[in-house]
Design a protein around this ligand. Structure first.
Ligand code: ZN
Ligand code: ZN
Length: 752
């Protein structure tokens, strides 16, 4: 009797499956989607069964038997296995790698490894030194201890000892010195404590939906299986209530399950809290703070049906829920839904495919939908639902433009001009106003560090030795840092190129604005939120909770503060520099700027006190700025969509980015040329459906020591592009030297 054979996907960078025999003892345990342990080249490997095999790929070889099938249920139910196969095809990625990326890390190992609970040493300020005089007295002969104390302060008063020592490049003796002085104390804290376990869910708010909300809920309830809805609701229009009421129907009336995707869990604790308030124990929150073991447990609870709502960032789209009724993609325009490494999937697109396979309804929600989703709603592919007004009759905040070109005042003293370039008189007056009334303000500056770059009088800029990018000046601790590769170096006294001595810092970062705010508003409680102050896993949540409790007067931050915050006492939003990003060499530069300005403006005036916004800019007539001022999304798409037709960019057509990188500049350029030569005749054979732009150096020519060239491929129909890329990635031969690598990014969110 011939043995039963199956095809198994292994997590290898190969576009093929492997055939194995099913031993009699595992006959009932092995089916499509089952995780199996198999022998592979003298070792064992974990794979996933794709389906039955006719043994064709074996040739004359004899199939080896599967060693084990460790799970009681298949790891992939049919809908998820189909999603995995679609992803492998569409993103041209080996199916074994795709399936591994869709499972918790612990399931990539033969045995479940649950690390024991560990603790870490945390340094906390024990005695705050508020005045300069106190600090001078205490740290007179201990500048390193002072630097440590001040770093601790910028990190919110506590941080792990390991992190502090690494950031300062100091020894632990400095930590001991600070403790000995009684200024700080070391405590043991558990690693990876999960705030969603101990965090109290607020009681559900008793709200009656508005007419518009009721209409949207009814449309979703009657949505056909597999249908996609675009919920376009202005900021503060109550999109979350629509999700909640729809999911109540899905879970309670239909006894189904649901997935809720958010851009980043740590930045949206309020949204997560509202779901937990309504659905309590049915919710599993999947976030990056979970240990491998906790993540595995949550995954199992979802698979068993003990939990019926999975909330998480993009990878939650793979939650193993049965009988899936709905997938919500909140803030669907966010770039974080795109995975930056292989498989480079977009969670919004995967959600739509999964819903189609499972017969679920998808809701894409945003105040500023991506142009792709908007075009799909216009063509009738998605159903458009609109929430055109704020709940409770609230008004959108008035947005004022401050033209920085005229603010500095030509005749004013240099110090005043320097101040006004960062903080204009109208914005400063508005901040004073809020402080006097006990209201809160948000200030956006989408650039961390102290100064953007350092330059000599001749214009030589201090650049990263590994990347084609300038180094950013950081003040606490003082050093130059590359924001692409984390390369760090001390600030030198003179220019490396020409020896000139008076180096100048240019361009403002959050650290500099924070210092300025402390000078101008000495009594205000200022908090800063950027990558440097949120290195602890739950630092975001802690800062936001402090704002919610009214312990912060001014919250200054990067784009992190623009996402979904809802604080009724925030009545002022200021944008320090609206022009950052507006001229990036990327076809989405205007769209990103419009979305960021609209979203941050939408944080103002969400309570009965109303709100006001000031946008500081040197390009007040740019349509991204103008449309944000008028809260006019329709006008923005009306101007932006035609601009994407010539030259054509998405959503007019499909785009893919092929990047070739390596250690040698000439070899990379040469390889990119060869790739173009390889592709050109094949493009022609496809009859003009596909076009190629380039090859050209990437806008950032070098990152982490690797030179980068790219080819942009544009396609009217997606299928031809899939076939071409599969042929290219399996047949084009990369030179063996210089660590040459090729990456394929379909539907890229940026071309940098
Ligand atoms: Zn670098
Ligand atoms: Zn110079």
């Amino acid at each position: 009797m011939t043995p039963r054979l199956v095809d198994v996907a292994l997590p290898l960078p190969l576009f093929r499956a492997f055939t194995y025999a099913v031993p009699d003892g595992l006959r009932n345990a092995v089916t499509a989607g089952t995780r199996v342990v198999v022998p592979f080249r003298q070792r064992t490997a974990i794979g996933v069964v794709l389906g039955e095999s006719n043994g064709e790929s074996l040739g004359t070889a004899v199939a080896k038997p599967i060693l084990d099938a460790p799970d009681a249920l298949p790891a992939f139910r049919p809908d998820l296995l189909a999603v995995g196969r679609w992803m492998a095809d569409y993103y041209v990625s080996p199916v074994g790698l795709v399936l591994r990326a869709a499972l918790p890390a612990a399931m990539g190992r033969a045995r479940r490894a649950d690390p024991p609970l560990r603790t870490q040493r945390v340094l906390r300020i024990a005695q705050p030194l508020d005045t300069l005089m106190q600090r001078d007295a205490v740290f007179a002969r201990a500048p390193q201890q002072r630097a440590l104390y001040e770093l601790l302060e910028t990190l919110g008063g506590q941080s792990t000892v390991a992190h502090l020592v690494e950031r300062l490049g100091c020894s632990e003796a400095v930590v001991r010195g600070l403790v000995k002085r009684g200024v700080a104390a070391v405590v043991q804290e558990p690693v990876d404590r999960d705030p969603f376990v101990s965090r109290a869910a607020p009681p559900p708010a008793a709200v009656t939906p508005s007419d518009a909300q009721r209409g949207a809920i009814a449309a979703l309830r009657s949505g056909a299986p597999g249908a996609t809805f675009l919920l376009h609701g202005i900021t503060g229009s109550g999109k979350t209530l629509v999700y909640l009421e729809f999911l109540r129907h899905v879970l309670h009336d239909r006894r189904q399950s649901a997935i809720v995707l958010v851009p980043e869990i740590a930045l949206t604790p309020q949204t997560v809290d509202r779901f937990r308030a309504v659905f309590g124990d049915l919710v599993a929150v999947l976030h990056s703070g979970l240990s491998d073991g906790e993540r595995y447990d949550a995954w199992r609870a979802l698979q068993r049906g003990d939990k019926r709502i999975a909330i998480g960032a993009r990878s939650a789209v793979f939650a193993p829920l049965e009988n899936l009724g709905a997938i919500v993609v909140d803030e669907e325009h966010e770039a974080t839904y795109k995975q930056g490494e292989a498989p480079r999937y977009h969670a919004r697109e995967v959600a739509i495919v999964r819903a189609r396979e499972a017969g679920a309804v998808v809701v894409l929600g945003s105040a500023t939908p991506s142009l792709e989703s908007w075009a799909n709603a216009q063509s009738g592919k998605y159903h458009l639902l609109s929430l055109p007004a704020r709940v409770g009759g609230g008004a959108l905040p008035k947005v004022n433009i401050v033209d920085l070109r005229h603010e500095a005042g030509a005749g004013a003293p240099a110090a005043v001009q320097a101040l006004r370039r960062i903080l204009s008189a109208p914005l400063e007056a508005a901040l004073h106003d809020r402080l006097a009334r006990g209201e809160q303000s948000l200030l956006l500056l989408n650039r961390r560090g102290f100064a953007n770059f350092v330059t000599c009088p001749d214009g030589h800029v201090v650049a990263c030795p590994n990347c084609a990018i300038s180094l950013t000046y950081h003040r606490t601790p003082e050093r130059l840092i590359c924001h692409y590769c984390q390369h760090t170096e001390a600030l030198e006294a003179s220019c490396r190129e020409c020896g000139a001595e008076n180096l100048k810092q240019r361009g403002v970062g959050t650290q500099q604005v924070e210092r300025l705010l402390n000078e101008r508003f000495p009594t205000a409680r200022v908090a800063r939120m950027d990558v440097d102050t949120t290195s602890g896993k739950w630092a975001h949540t802690e800062i936001l909770d402090r704002v919610g409790r009214g312990e912060v007067d001014i919250l200054l931050g990067t784009q992190m503060i623009a996402k979904g915050l809802d604080f009724p006492n925030v009545t002022l939003v200021g944008v320090i520099d609206a022009d950052i990003g507006i001229n990036l060499p990327d076809f989405r530069a205007s769209e990103r700027t419009f979305q960021l300005l609209s979203q941050v403006a939408g944080r103002a005036g969400r309570g009965p006190k109303g709100g006001e916004v000031f946008i500081q800019t040197r390009t007040p007539t740019h349509h991204a700025v103008q449309c944000a001022v008028e809260h006019d999304y329709l006008r923005f798409v009306g101007e932006e969509l035609p601009a994407r037709e010539d030259p054509p960019y998405p959503p007019t057509l499909r785009l893919a980015n092929l990047v070739i990188s390596g250690l040698d500049e000439l070899a990379v350029a040469d390889c990119a040329q060869q790739a173009a030569v390889w592709l050109a005749p094949r493009l022609e054979a496809l009859g003009g459906d596909l076009t190629m732009v380039g090859p050209a150096p990437c806008p950032i020519e070098r990152i982490k020591g690797r030179w980068r060239w790219h080819l942009a491929l544009k396609a009217a129909r997606p299928a031809a592009l899939t076939r071409l890329m599969r042929a290219f990635l399996t047949r084009f031969e990369l030179p063996a030297a210089h660590e040459m690598r090729v990456t394929f990014d379909r539907d890229p969110v940026a071309l940098l």
